[in-house]
Ligand binder design. Sequence first.
Ligand SMILES: *[C@@H]1O[C@H](CO)[C@@H](O)[C@H](O)[C@H]1NC(C)=O
Ligand SMILES: *[C@@H]1O[C@H](CO)[C@@H](O)[C@H](O)[C@H]1NC(C)=O
Ligand SMILES: *[C@@H]1O[C@H](CO)[C@@H](O)[C@H](O)[C@H]1NC(C)=O
Ligand SMILES: CC(=O)N[C@H]1CO[C@H](CO)[C@@H](O)[C@@H]1O
Length: 499
Amino acid sequence: MRSPTLVLSCLAALTSTVCAAERNSTMPFPAKHFVDVQFTPPEVFEHKNLVRNINLDKEYPREIINAIVENVSQEPQDEYWIPFRANIIDNVGGLEVKDKKDPSKGAFPYEYFGLAPEIKAHTEWFRVKLPTPLAPGSQQTLSISYSILSSLTPVPSTIAQTDKQYVRFEFSPYAPSSYKTHRQKTKVKFPSNDVPDYTILPAPNADNQEDPQRQGSTFTYGPYGEVPALPSVPIHARYEFTKPLIHAERLERDVEVSHWGGNLATEERYWLVNRGAALKNHFSRVSWQMTSYANPATSALKELRIPLKVGAANAYFIDDIGNVSTSNFRADRREANLALRPRYPVFGQWKYKFRVGWDADLSAYLRKLKTGERYILKIPFLEGPSAREGIEYKEVQIRVILPEGATNINFNSPLPIVSNTTSLHRTFLDTKGRSVLTINARNLVDDLRDRELIVTYDYPWTAAFMKPLGIFAAFLSLFAAIYVLSSLDVSIASRKVKR
Ligand SMILES: *[C@@H]1O[C@H](CO)[C@@H](O)[C@H](O)[C@H]1NC(C)=O
Ligand SMILES: *[C@@H]1O[C@H](CO)[C@@H](O)[C@H](O)[C@H]1NC(C)=O
Ligand SMILES: *[C@@H]1O[C@H](CO)[C@@H](O)[C@H](O)[C@H]1NC(C)=O
Ligand SMILES: CC(=O)N[C@H]1CO[C@H](CO)[C@@H](O)[C@@H]1O
């Protein structure tokens, strides 16, 4: 059985948005500061040395840049600008800038700067605020990491059912930089040695060798000597990636807290698309079944595994047709794993829409503060599937549905968010309605699934009685109505008898 409150709210009305699985695609865009067309960041820094690693194991290339930054101006500086091509910046996810030598300081805050949409921009920026200004002449080593979503294109764009899939990735041999860089190199780690096509630069690297240098599945572009700010040299590589490119256009995640039932109910609704190469011919189930025993690499999505926290129970998996029985939920004292097998393998360009849900013991997530009536709720920001090939999320909406009477709601997000609202959500038998914290985020990846969202709120003990009282009142009026109706019936019947 699901939590009593969720069942009630689902029964309540088909209009209830807790249960409605309709997609609402309008998503607020991250706040952008507008700059002038001629704008370029002041060149107050230089990179003394820079090493950039691009990892292509997953469907979203992950980049880590380690740069020794020096202030070459006369003043202390605390604004570090990172440029991206305008068509890429919208797909940059999970950007984090830290002090490489002191990661405990945490990620530095940043803001997005660009041109008005009607101007065709070439470059836009993130402006990172350093917590302590860098004194003139002094150095700091920054570690900049991010993923680029939707950046792999299958080439060829159509393949046969059992073919290998190849993808093309466009990048630059130079790190994105608003500043002069004295020495740098870019290491690209491919998922395998099967890289049939890649750019060989016309000039040798700074060590007078061919550029790039190949070593197994790792290619090194550079080292390079001095490179000016905002370098632009597009290069590409095409490599084997016979795995699905799982892209969630949207994820809606509802987490409902029920003090009364001691339950934490989660429901997640997914709109997935496989961005891989389309099938050249019709899908053949016979050939699929014949080859599936050998479990060959495939560009189709066969299964999604969701590792849940120990204690998860009552899992369900429903798609457009209904309950999907080919799923498997294994839960014991050590693990809780939900394996979702869609009804059909999801090949390139196919979509799959479904929802999953489960219950958990609230006490594992909620703590009451010693003083007052304040509670702390710690839940994963993202809890969906974990896949070796990666899963990317364009739009994510998280709704934390708190009990009726919860007030003074605050939260601490482990990831940058786009917007947040707190509103009242009324369901069946609610008197005032429950407080709902809604958080919108974009460009997330499954790598970030262990981050914790912390929500704090006041919940006076009197509020806990509102619910049973409300139900009591509702039943009372229901009985009163039945009584009135039945007495009406009696009178009609008795009149009939008289005739
Ligand atoms: C969809 O978004 C619009 C605009 O933000 C809002 O008015 C509407 O209520 C939303 N619909 C649902 C089902 O959430
Ligand atoms: C859905 O499937 C599960 C597991 O097979 C089953 O226990 C449950 O009763 C089914 N629910 C519905 C509504 O068919
Ligand atoms: C949440 O929204 C409010 C109002 O729009 C805003 O002031 C606040 O900074 C937001 N919080 C976060 C963490 O973004
Ligand atoms: C005021 C000051 O010390 N500025 C220094 C900033 O950094 C450059 C390069 O190291 C020095 O040449 C400046 O003297």
